[in-house]
Design a protein around this ligand. Structure first.
Ligand code: NI
Length: 628
């Protein structure tokens, strides 16, 4: 395909999804009930993209599950050559869930007499009103990996719009074979009364106080950005993006136009994996570990965003296309939101001598999407600022996982959020893969701490402090943790490009508040989510090393991904490096997190470090009405 209007990094369109599926079906002997768990663009190599090689072949990655054969494959299809270029049977782990499997699991559990008896034993008569949530089963060594499974937990809903999480059916877990539809196990750990207090949060139930007055954001001249296909240009920034099924919002070829020269910063930035491990030992909770990217597909779970609700102001929306179980293209309208936001002041000084005040307003470009995975909702926001800063913010909201508290008990591994109802302690980890290209593909990384200088003749007054710079020379030594007490940041430097001070140009990776995995290293989740045991990993860029917990984390016993790759201990000196930064939250729920939790923000920033000659926003014009 040499369609000039298609950029090599553009996601697959609906026709391309159909083509990929058709070619796969024609060339591979798939069973009657074969399901497509993934159909997505297989990106061309970085070299092909950067050197703008013409006529780049369009390729698709497909993952197919054959439930009858209990087999699954991961393949690469050439849309241009109408051929299957690679076709590997998945030996460890499983492709992500499909929506059809979710529906199958729910129907199977609802029809199971053991589950029905257990629900009725809790005094619930209306079986059809029970909400059944399928979960990834994890990998605890009890089941063969070829068996595709889901664990289901249940909640009572008193009305169609009720918040089921207020009424958990505690201790009842049904495991479903997704290949046969058989309920293979029903665990009933004993009746705990179903909490009765409503958790409804719609305005009809909770009421609405008299609201804040209208706040309109208007841009009479239109937004400052320009959009061409998947490329955005705004105030010097050049940003390409896509939505992928597994990673959600992905940034490509981010650069800044500096005095007429487009300077690269990031080749690709993506959510490589995320996991939500629960820290409760109760029968309904100890096994809960959701890899929301690799197991569920955070992109496929994206919301259709609404103007004035999800996004305020002058908004440009983008749709996203994914494949359903049969490989048919499915559109998510308004999956990505783009807009500008006033962000307070950017810089200011009042000169005491002249009385003159200079102030400039900060504005940021916001590219965002929101995904709902079961009870939780995650907003992913990439911000681009006028001073060269790139910021990633995850907004976690939605409803906490809940458990019914047996009468008279206090939760050991959770916090009460309502009478008889507690939220198990848990963590959220978001591992971002940052393929940095600061002024070129060859970069190196230093860990920079700010520490007190040693007392002595060189520090006669005891007031001194200094930078402690540690080059991260190889992959093993580049497994690092955040250290706010040392103001720790990681500097990504291009040793071949120098600024006017004679120093390498760079960007700093600046952590936000973060934490690491609390589960034991030898636990199932400790092995499977090893990426979350460190804040930062650095690897030599390898395009197939895309997902921090490996390519098939669903039911995978662990050991794949970052720990395996970095065991090679490749040299990181002046090469094409990739940084893997994990945002970690430990969530000890509050009553105020109930019934829907207010947004919890977390993330990191990439800030220019000697990349520009001075404040790149110094020449920003003052706002019209503040000239005096
Ligand atoms: Ni949480």
């Amino acid at each position: 395909m040499t369609d000039a209007t298609v950029h090599p990094l553009d996601p697959l369109g609906p026709d391309e999804i159909r083509d990929a599926v058709r070619i796969t079906r024609e060339l591979k002997d798939l069973g009657e009930r074969a399901r497509f768990a993934l159909v997505a663009l297989e990106e061309p190599s970085k070299q092909e993209v950067l050197e703008q090689l013409g006529g780049t072949e369009r390729r698709a990655r497909v993952q197919v599950v054959d439930p009858d054969a209990r087999r699954a494959w991961d393949g690469v299809v050439s849309l241009s050559a109408k051929d299957v270029l690679a076709w590997d049977e998945i030996e460890a782990g499983q492709p992500p869930f499909t929506f059809g499997e979710f529906r199958l699991a729910v129907a199977a559990v609802r029809a199971d007499p053991r589950w029905q008896d257990a629900v009725r034993a809790r005094g619930v008569q209306d079986i059809d009103s029970v909400q059944i949530d399928p979960w990834s089963v994890g990998a605890f060594g009890a089941e063969p990996e070829t068996r595709r499974l889901a664990r289901c937990v249940s909640y009572v809903r008193t009305t169609p719009t009720d918040n089921g999480y207020a009424h958990p059916i505690e201790g009842l877990v049904a495991t479903v074979d997704l290949q046969t539809g058989e309920v293979v196990e029903v665990v009933d750990a004993g009746v705990v009364p179903v909490p009765q207090e409503t958790g409804a949060y719609d305005a009809e139930v909770v009421g609405a106080r008299s609201g804040p007055r209208t706040l309109d954001i208007v841009q009479p001249e239109g937004p400052t950005f320009e959009v061409e296909g998947q490329e955005i240009r705004w105030m010097g920034w050049h940003i390409r993006f896509s939505m992928t099924q597994t990673e959600g919002l992905v940034l490509h070829t981010v650069g800044f136009e500096d005095h007429g020269r487009l300077r690269p910063i990031l080749y690709r930035a993506s959510l490589s994996e995320m996991v939500v491990p629960y820290g409760d030992t109760a029968p309904g909770h100890w096994w809960k570990n959701a890899f929301d990217a690799g197991e569920y597909g955070i992109g496929k779970m994206a919301n259709s965003l609404e103007l004035g609700c999800d996004c305020l102001g002058e908004i440009t929306y983008f749709d996203a296309w994914f494949a359903d179980d049969d490989g048919e293209p499915v559109r998510i309208g308004n999956a990505v939101c783009l807009h500008e936001e006033d962000f307070g002041i950017l810089w200011k000084h009042t000169d005491g001598w002249s009385g003159r005040s200079e102030v400039r307003r900060s504005r940021r470009l916001v590219l965002s999407s929101i995904s709902t995975v079961g009870n939780y909702d995650y907003g992913f926001y990439w911000y681009f600022y006028l001073d060269g800063t790139i910021q990633l913010e995850v907004k976690s909201t939605g409803i906490v996982q809940t458990a019914a508290l047996p009468p008279g008990e206090t939760p050991a591994h959770g916090q009460r959020v309502a009478p008889d109802l507690y939220a198990p302690h848990h963590q959220h980890f978001f591992c971002f893969r940052l393929d940095v290209d600061v002024d070129g593909v060859t970069n190196s990384v230093q860990e920079v701490d700010v520490v007190a200088s040693e007392s002595g003749p060189d520090n006669p007054y005891g007031n001194a402090f200094e930078l402690r710079r540690t080059p991260l020379r190889s992959e093993r030594s580049a497994r690092r943790r955040a250290d706010p007490s040392a103001s720790r940041s990681w500097w990504i430097l291009n040793e071949a490009e120098h600024n006017r001070l004679g120093e390498p140009v760079g960007y700093r990776l600046v952590p936000g508040p973060t934490t690491c995995l609390l589960a034991a290293p030898n636990s199932s989740i400790g092995r499977r989510a090893a990426f979350a045991t460190e804040t930062l990993w650095v690897t030599v860029n390898s395009p197939e090393q895309r997902h921090a917990a490996g390519s098939h984390p669903n039911q995978h016993p662990g050991g794949e991904g970052l720990p395996a790759w970095t065991a090679a201990d490749r040299s990181l000196e002046s090469t094409d490096v990739v940084l893997w930064y994990t945002v970690g939250i430990t969530h000890v729920a509050r009553p105020e997190d109930w019934p829907v939790m207010p947004v919890e923000c977390s993330g990191f920033s990439l800030k220019p470090q000697g990349f520009f000659e001075r404040n790149p926003a110094i020449d920003l014009p003052a706002a019209d009405h503040c000239h005096r």
